[in-house]
Design a protein around this ligand. Structure first.
Ligand SMILES: NC(=O)c1ccc[n+]([C@@H]2O[C@H](COP(=O)([O-])OP(=O)(O)OC[C@H]3O[C@@H](n4cnc5c(N)ncnc54)[C@H](O)[C@@H]3O)[C@@H](O)[C@H]2O)c1
Ligand SMILES: [Zn+2]
Length: 389
């Protein structure tokens, strides 16, 4: 459970966020956020092993090809003789059955048994894949996450969702499996390509917009420090963002209502992602989706124009796109949204902001069906401003 009061969030720099996914105390874990954590990973694992009474005699570090090229030697030196370092090719295509099989075969070959643990060192691809491997290897062995992208730090490392993709769709096979600990070293972000860094900021802005006005103000005040990777500001930013996701997830484990607010920007965003053939990065699509859905909220009479403008400006200041790609007409976006698997009884539901840090509820529900004429009108109006982003 989240230990920090909401009102104190934006001002207090913090390095630890507790996540309690609810089912049992055994599933609770801490996210540690700081500079210089990387070399301390073995001792952090040891200390959690002691506290949680885990039997871990060997660790397998799983990473991707890009990270192995940068950090491989340091990872090998850090864990020593009995451990092993495995990698998959960088990119979404590795979140697949073949790579899961490959990793399992390698673990068996290296004689890893039930007294072993996995360390997922990488972005969301490595985290989702290695977490899924850990969940079924020997019917489940402990794993730890060392997320190295903003997306994996503020999103995929919280909530315990693991998965692989099938040729017919993303994340179709997977399970909930909580890590024993998450270690975020902000220094690792130094090597993250700029486009990936900015991409992740879309989810950070989303967290502020759906839940925390003070955190939104913090982001507005610190745009240049964040973009220049000021480490103190990054620790605070990640702490607040993780805190919000952990809080929402632990209050609504089964996604019955509150958790739906995490979908802000994702209804339009997923449609854009699909239509772009995944040419748009997820955060870029969500950024355009947030601008569009906030505009729908404005047109539906839920959001004041100046609040819409603040969101729009913050996204632009971070260098995130806010306008539809010129090749994507609004009619196609509307049609693609109609196919979204999250639709209820064939109707598209939106989660819409009613202010900075507040989401609209209708009859107590956060998922709101919106009149199609409002959606189409809003998207057409926005499309006239297309900048080909
Ligand atoms: N489980 C969840 O709840 C959840 C939530 C959100 C996203 N996801 C999943 O996360 C995945 C996307 O994650 P992502 O955006 O982190 O992508 P990613 O894991 O593909 O990483 C992006 C790229 O950055 C490189 N990289 C990562 N960290 C680096 C670093 N510190 N230095 C240099 N290069 C680095 C990687 O090699 C990769 O090429 C998707 O598969 C998505 O489905 C899962
Ligand atoms: Zn997302």
């Amino acid at each position: 459970m989240n230990p920090t009061k909401k009102s104190g969030r934006a001002r207090v720099p913090k390095a630890v966020v507790s996540v309690n996914p609810g089912a049992s105390a055994n599933e609770a874990y801490n996210i540690i956020i700081a500079r210089g954590l990387f070399p301390k990973i073995p001792s952090l694992v040891k200390s959690i092993q002691g506290k949680k009474r885990l039997k871990i005699h060997r660790v397998a570090v799983i990473t991707d090809s890009t990270l192995r090229a940068i950090y491989g030697e340091r990872l090998s030196a850090m864990f020593g003789g009995d451990s092993c370092l495995l990698h998959v090719p960088a990119g979404e295509a590795s979140k697949c059955r073949e790579m899961k099989n490959y990793l399992e075969d390698k673990l068996v070959e290296a004689k890893f048994g039930r007294d072993s643990a996995i360390i997922a060192f990488g972005g969301g691809v490595v985290g989702d894949l290695a977490g899924f491997v850990a969940s079924t290897y020997y019917r489940g062995i402990p794993y730890f996450q060392v997320p190295t992208t903003i997306i994996s730090q503020v999103d995929s490392s919280i909530g315990g969702k693991t998965a692989i993709d099938l040729p017919s769709g993303k994340n179709l096979v997977g399970c909930f499996y909580q890590p024993k600990g998450v270690f975020m070293d902000v220094d690792l972000l130094d090597t993250l390509p700029e486009v990936e860094f900015v991409n992740g900021l879309a989810e950070v802005v989303k967290h502020a917009m759906i839940r925390d006005r003070k955190f939104f103000e913090f982001l507005e005040e610190n745009v240049s420090r964040i973009l220049s990777k000021d480490k103190k500001v990054l620790v605070e930013m990640l702490g607040n963002s993780c805190d919000i996701k952990a809080d929402v997830v632990s209050q609504d484990l089964k996604e019955t209502n509150l958790r739906k607010i995490l979908n802000f920007g994702h209804t339009v965003g997923h449609a854009l992602e699909t239509l772009s053939g995944y040419g748009l990065l997820h955060g870029q699509a969500v950024s355009i989706g947030m601008a569009a859905e906030a505009y729908i909220s404005l047109k539906a009479g839920y959001l004041a124009p100046e609040k819409y403008t603040r969101l729009y400006k913050l996204l632009r200041k971070f260098g995130l796109p806010t306008k539809f790609p010129s090749k994507t007409p609004p009619e196609r976006i509307v049609a693609a949204m109609g196919l979204d698997k999250k639709n209820e009884k064939g109707r598209v539901h939106y989660t819409l902001p009613s202010g900075i840090g507040e989401m609209k509820r209708v009859h107590g529900k956060y998922g709101i069906p919106v009149n199609m004429s409002i959606v189409e009108g809003a998207l057409k109006q926005l499309a006239r401003n297309s900048d080909g982003a």
